[in-house]
Design a protein around this ligand. Structure first.
Ligand code: HEC
Length: 431
């Protein structure tokens, strides 16, 4: 029996459990923390949806040698909390897929301990069975993609390596229908940072719209009515299904729009094309119609150079909003542009008292998600809706588009901002 587990040039330190196993004399001990048993599962549950050969992030975290090579940078990013990318705080509320979107402290400790132990491989037999999120909507009945593959041009000088492309998707239905589930079809994961689904009236489509190339856009820019945002997706979000007779109505004269944020992670993606679209599950009728409420502010003025400016609508008479009817909230989709830093949406009961948190977290333009509430939230008439957006309009913000920051107001352009909490609601309280 080996007293020390050696690796080329290094020595495994033995953890408490391994030392005990040795003392008991039961063969080659399994390290306290190993790749197969502990670390590979963490990577698969939280990282490889982006950090895999066909993914958007760098490296291949399905591979032990790769993770060993990147371990220093991984530890630095999990220490500072910048990986995985920020999402709504699970302490605020439980969302569909929360368990995969955030990395709990205990798992960070497992990774740190593994590095301390010099990253042992361990026994592949001990790899646990994992329940990983699905990446298709199997029961989709309406699949919409742009007619031709599109090769990004990345020619926006203000925002190098980034392109926001919109395509009009024709649902081809001549009767109203309801969307009861959605999930994007991500055609080229190496290019696609995030995907939005918008809806607009046919009359908004410009007559010179070219279906082969779509249009350069950030929020529709003329082809999308921003009040018609339906969903946002980033890698890791699960397929959404409203299984209890609920759906979002789409009219025959409306068009769906896919907005894809294409990202040039490096020269290896040059020449790749993309045909990302959406798969939808639909129904001709539903018991409960869900409405997309564009809860948002329009009068904010983000001061030039302010690195932490919060607007809650009160200053200019836009908030808080008093709810005129009772409603149930099913999902919320916070949306700002590239200066967005934090958002918070909460509800104060009609009689006053403690606020209920709905979504709250650090905002990352590159990781926009629809937060589907695991438990729909009833909001009685007369409740106050408190919503705030925080931006970083300083010169130090790496996402800042200009050298000398200027005051920023509401608008659709990349260098303008938004402050929305698009909310999927139904009328009345939950049964
Ligand atoms: C939603 C996609 C996504 C997920 C999930 C994700 N990453 Fe990333 N990661 C990226 C992208 C994109 C980059 C490159 C941009 C950047 O550095 O922020 C990146 C960069 C990194 C880097 C920096 C590499 C360098 O060049 O220094 C590290 C380290 C990292 N990620 C680790 C992780 C770990 C660990 C996890 C899981 C706990 C994780 N990431 C989850 C998308 C993701």
């Amino acid at each position: 029996m080996k007293r020390m587990l050696t690796r080329s040039g290094g020595t495994w330190k033995l953890g408490g459990v391994a030392a005990l196993a040795l003392a008991a004399g039961c063969g080659t001990p399994e390290p306290e923390v190993s790749w197969h048993k502990d670390v590979s599962p963490i990577m698969q549950e939280h990282c490889t949806r982006c950090h895999a050969p066909d993914g958007l992030g760098i490296g291949d975290f399905t591979d032990l040698d790769n993770v060993r090579t990147f371990s220093g940078r991984i530890e630095a990013r999990i220490d500072e909390g910048s990986m995985p990318p920020a999402t709504s705080d699970p302490e605020c509320r439980d969302y569909l897929g929360s368990e995969h979107l955030n990395l709990p402290e205990a798992k960070k400790d497992v990774f740190r301990r593994w590095v301390e132990l010099e990253m042992p491989e361990g026994d592949p037999e001990l790899a646990p069975e994992l329940d990983l999120p699905a990446d298709t909507l199997e029961d989709a009945d309406l699949v919409l993609q742009p007619p031709e593959p599109y090769q990004p041009r990345f020619e926006d000088p203000q925002n190098p390596g980034n392109e926001y492309r919109c395509f009009v998707l024709d649902h081809g239905r001549d009767e109203p229908f309801y969307v009861t589930g959605f999930y994007p079809i991500v055609d080229e994961p190496q290019l696609v940072h995030h995907v939005l689904l918008l809806v607009t009236d046919e009359s908004n489509i410009p007559s010179d719209y070219d279906p082969a190339v779509g249009v350069d856009c950030i929020d529709g820019n003329g082809i999308g009515d921003i009040s018609g945002m339906i969903a946002g997706w980033a890698p890791g979000m699960q397929p959404v299904r409203f299984d209890d007779g609920r759906g979002i109505k789409v009219m025959p004269n409306q068009k769906l729009i896919v907005q894809t944020h294409l990202f040039r992670k490096g020269p290896e993606v040059d020449g790749l094309t993309d045909r990302t679209g959406w798969s939808l599950r639909t129904s001709p009728g539903v018991a409960t119609e869900m409405l997309m409420v564009p809860l948002g502010y329009y009068r904010f003025r983000i001061p030039a150079g302010d690195g932490d400016y919060t607007y809650d609508g009160v200053e200019r008479g836009e908030g808080p909003i008093e709810l005129p009817v009772s409603a149930t909230v099913h999902a919320v989709f916070p949306h700002m542009h590239v200066l967005g830093k934090r958002y918070a949406l909460s509800v104060t009961p009609p009689e006053g008292g403690e606020d209920t948190c709905v979504v709250e977290g650090d905002y990352d333009f590159d990781n926009q998600l629809s937060y589907v509430l695991k438990e729909p939230l009833g909001v009685p008439r007369g409740s106050k809706i408190n919503f705030s957006c925080t931006w970083d309009n300083s010169a130090e913000n790496p996402d800042q588009l200009v050298d000398v920051p200027t005051e920023v107001r509401f608008g659709e352009r990349t260098d303008e901002e938004m402050c929305y909490a698009f909310s999927l609601v139904s009328l009345g309280l939950p049964d």
